[in-house]
Design a protein. Sequence first.
Length: 394
Amino acid sequence: MSTTLNQVAAALSGPPEYVVRSPGRINVIGEHTDYNGGLVLPAAIDRSIFFAARRIPENDWQLKALDIGQEATLPLPVNRPGARQWVNYLAGIGREFQKLGYTLPGLELSFGGDLPAGAGMSSSAALEGGIAFLLNELVQAGLGRVDLARLTQRSSNEFLGVPSGIMDQFASLNGSPDGPLLLNCTTLDYRVITNKLSDHTFLLVNSLVSHDLANSEYPVRVAQCREALRAIQVNYPDVKSLGATTLDQLMDISDTCSPIAMQRARFVVRENQRVIKMVGALREGNADLAISLLNETHAGLRNAYEVSCPEVDYLQQQATRVFSGSAVGARIMGGGFGGCTINLVRRADAADFIDFIKNAYHREFGRWPDVYPVTLAAGTNFVPVSSTPTGHSG
Ligand code: GAF
């Protein structure tokens, strides 16, 4: 279900003091490289979660998750994770501000938007980034966007126990409408990359197979990469991450590292190289190169990293097989095990592509996949409260 900004504002029992827009993200390329200190190329998009908030005298957070029709009350101070995951995304961020020494204010908070959950478009990162952005203002912590991204990642890692990287929250908080961000996940240096593929557009196709990092094999992949890094560091103590590892260095550890960890690490090192090549393809407007890089990444994610699933593989195969007259690049996007494919399609073919892929998927799996055109957007920000009619009379 999707919820409008006005519905979010009107769900409070009084006029909102603050309204925040927190976007989802795409990732052009650079999958599973972030927690390996490598490169990623994500962008914030125009699908978002809106938050409306007002301070209240009670010492709790009165929460309304409008997209799922649920409410919860979270007593303050935040203590430990509770039973409901969506509450924990918010609570963990509150806990991080408490750890910095701030006292959290009582809040009435409603939120909802048009970002599908479990689709690999980072609805959970948008939740985390949005509440972090709001609390930063409410407690006057003065953190910049990069530090807010670090804080949200800590919450995911420590409060939720999900060993995720920083890409999703970083893109949501720092995104630009002008192009994807080339982010170095070791230094957190980033720059906006100009995309000159003007005859092409990105489309997301949602397999509707819900992906959920915490309950997937994502933590297993993280552990396998750590194992490979430990083996590399025996020979090369100065290498700090797989993102800084070469294929030659990897060859040296084939006797000391398990084959499966080697296989995962090889994917990561190659994927990191593809990010650099993709930056060149976007800057030069080289669609053929961009398309082949996307397809190579999918092959790697399916065969070497083993994070795809039959439904997504089907979407990828159909996208690339049938439209080979004017080639399409397609790959699974995000953590894996479901969610969306990201497709690079000639603008002139977009309508036919959407029609074809929807029908093909429906014939095969009996479900109509959602297709989302991609428009890049700025990162998290306040929406002027005056622009949100609240629906309240007083
Ligand atoms: C998920 C994680 F949250 C990111 O940190 C990243 O690892 C991604 O999977 C895979 O690239 O979205």
